[in-house]
Design a binder for this molecule. Sequence first.
Ligand code: MRU
Length: 326
Amino acid sequence: MRLLPFRFEENTLWLLDQRRLPFEEVWVACRSAQEAAQAIRAMVVRGAPAIGVAAAYGMVLAHLSGEPPAEADAALRQSRPTAVNLFYALERMRPHWGSLAASLQEAQAIWAEVEATEKAISQHGARVLRGQVLTHCNTGPLATGGHGTALGAILEAYRQGRVQHVWVDETRPYLQGARLTAYELQKAGVPATLICDNMAAHLMAKGQVDAVIVGADRMALNGDFANKIGTYALAILARHHGIPFYPALPLATVDPRLETGAQIPIEERPAQEVTTLRGQPIAPPGFPAAHPAFDVTPHPLITGIVTEKGVLYPPFDEALRRALGL
Ligand code: MRU
């Protein structure tokens, strides 16, 4: 059965606490937009499409709890800066601020679109994968509320017999790969092996990686895209070794206002997430640490962009504008 990161029941947004996976399945109740915003900021729910859906339901909660919609919208906008899906969902909710029924309907529609687009992304993505695939971070159902983007394509390619094995980057410092992707692949019964992020080059040099596929949090119109920190390094490694490299994303992850990736805001998270591992210190007390949570991969390193409308090939600016109808 597919894992879902949220459900909306009895006027409450229930979030599966992804900070505690894979060790405990604990559900957190959100009954206001402020609570939903805090849960997004704290990474109870994470992954670009999933935080978009959670923010949309956050606006439904604003109605139910009597919060002024402008304040609710502002709180949700301030929760996490990089994934454009959050802002996309909030823009879609704006015309429905005045009606509970309409906002509930719109939140449901946003979630349903995630499901439909990811089904198509999985099918298109599966066609470009084969053999042993490497992925980074977590892009499965937990990150989206649907089938998953990059991981959806991997699961579909495995089902079709095209992919036999998955290398899972642990994804320091938050360990979305070790905790969440490994958990999803294990539940799906897909043969997979966990690696530290710094092992990818070695495996590529040994000919043990046939393709790299990752998700995206925001893509500019030229194809540059932000994704979990470490993605850019993987793209460089893949290019050096002649391995195809694909981001997989719904077109809603493309920000049509941005010409290049230099304009994408990059979230800085607490240094403590780097200096500790699940609460245990791993560096001298007080030692400075940096934590940019995302990096930007320049479009020349991309082989193809997997979207719900098919796989786009260079020149990406033309292909993306066409796919977006611009
Ligand atoms: O910080 P996170 O866990 O929200 O980051 C998630 C990612 O970087 C994913 O790769 C991205 O959101 C795509 S999810 C389909």
